[in-house]
Design a binder for this molecule. Structure first.
Ligand code: SDX
Length: 376
């Protein structure tokens, strides 16, 4: 009999290509963006500089950063046709469906959509980077019955994102915590949504189609949707003293506890310490020791009982909650950040020019034949 095929469900452990964009190392629990440790970038750089690094392979000098920032400011305003498209959707639509639709309309309206040259793709990537905050901010405001807040040119990316969402610029430490989250979410090699974008790009389809597909993949609670799911968990548990009985039940039901575990990292997510310290500044700023108590109780007990560690979505969820974002807005924030990594991979994949198409082993009914009907 033929040897059993080597089926690797979920592509677990399967290396399918090289990439020069980031290096995830579970053995050293490290993450490098174009060679720089992400912790160092989060401590010393703004998200605009990290976005530039992912696309260009180098950090910008002062002149390059000034030009990049000018371009980003020029692309911030919510486009009228995108706003009209968002307004077609009910305010009950999931914000990930809204942002997926908004990006689709944005792309379909771009006359350069099908120009997949590196230069054209880079321009589209930067246009999406600039335009996504207004889409995400508008959707949260319209769900709250609030009017659009136009962008402010005197603010950097993160401060402006918060301004368009809440109508005011929060304390600098809140802006800094948000900026750190954008840097940490930006890129993570061949995660499900990035690989989705690469598969779509591998057929020579366009950048916007690939980003729309990636948004679809990111929505799932096993991936980006986990940051929203973490907040639902916190609301379900309520407070630290409920953790043990709640966990008894959840583990007995063999529930997936979102915010924990990772396909690549097995002894903890390299990004968690940096995001946790950002969360700690927010907990102190907003005087929310109850959030700290619940966060620590659930993490400590879950790790002790399962050996499974928190991932980046675990500290990000409560951090976005303390900043004032509605829970369903959390994953669109992940989109606004990850669009940088996705588009860097789209540009890299387009250059590879190689179709991604795996095999499958058939296990359906054996070959059979249609009965012949006499007289037909
Ligand atoms: C992100 O890939 C990336 O890089 C993603 C990401 C990025 O930056 O792009 O890092 C962002 O998506 C982070 C992950 C967010 N997802 C969640 O928090 C959802 C909860 N996590 C699990 O669903 C799970 O940990 C995965 C999906 C993240 C990874 O799962 P794997 O690698 O497929 O491992 P597994 O599910 O086979 O788990 C091994 C065992 C299983 O037990 P058995 O079924 O074999 O008995 O551990 C258990 C799992 O049931 N397990 C969990 C668990 N995670 C693993 N059990 C309960 N809760 C969990 N969270």
């Amino acid at each position: 009999p033929a040897p059993a095929p080597d089926i690797r469900k979920g592509l677990t452990g399967v290396v399918v290509d090289t990439t020069a964009i980031s290096k995830v190392n579970p053995d050293t629990n490290s993450l490098l963006y174009r060679g720089y440790p992400v912790q160092e970038l989060a401590a010393a750089k703004r998200f605009e500089e990290v976005a530039y690094l992912l696309w260009h392979g180098e950090l910008p000098d002062a002149a390059q950063l000034a030009a990049f920032r000018a371009g980003e400011r020029a692309g911030r305003a919510l486009q009228p046709n995108v706003r009209t498209a968002i307004d077609l959707l009910p305010t009950t639509a999931h914000p990930m469906d809204v942002v997926r639709t908004a990006v689709s309309v944005f792309g379909a309206s771009d006359p350069t959509a099908d120009d997949s040259s590196p230069e054209a793709n880079l321009a589209k990537a930067k246009a999406l980077f600039a335009a996504l905050p207004a889409m995400v901010a508008y959707d949260q405001r319209r769900r709250r019955g609030q009017v659009v807040v136009p962008p402010r040119d005197d603010l950097g990316y993160s401060a402006n994102f918060l301004y368009m969402t809440f109508g005011e610029v929060p304390d600098q430490l809140v802006v800094d915590a948000f900026d750190v989250s954008m840097i940490l979410y930006a890129e993570h090699s061949f995660n499900a949504s990035t690989f989705t974008a690469r598969v779509i790009t591998s057929t020579l389809s366009d950048l916007y189609s690939a980003v729309v597909g990636a948004i679809g993949a990111l929505k799932g609670p096993l991936h980006g949707g986990a940051n929203e799911a973490v907040m639902h968990l916190f609301e379900e548990i309520g407070s630290a003293e409920n953790v043990t009985p709640w966990l008894d039940g959840a583990l007995a039901e063999r529930r997936k506890i979102m915010g924990f575990g990772h396909r690549v990292y097995k002894s903890g997510d390299s990004r968690v310490p940096t995001m946790k310290s950002a969360l700690d500044t927010l907990i102190a700023h907003y005087d929310r020791p109850d959030v700290a108590a619940l966060y620590d109780a659930l993490a400590t007990e879950f790790v002790a009982r399962t050996g499974i560690h928190p991932n980046l979505d675990y500290p990000s969820g409560p951090a976005y909650h303390l900043m004032g974002f509605d829970t369903p807005t959390f994953t669109p924030l992940f989109v606004a950040s990850r669009v940088t990594g996705w588009t860097a991979h789209i540009i890299e994949q387009a250059a590879a020019n190689a179709l991604i198409r795996p095999l499958s082993v058939y296990d359906g009914v054996e070959e059979r034949h249609v009965p012949v009907v006499v007289g037909r």
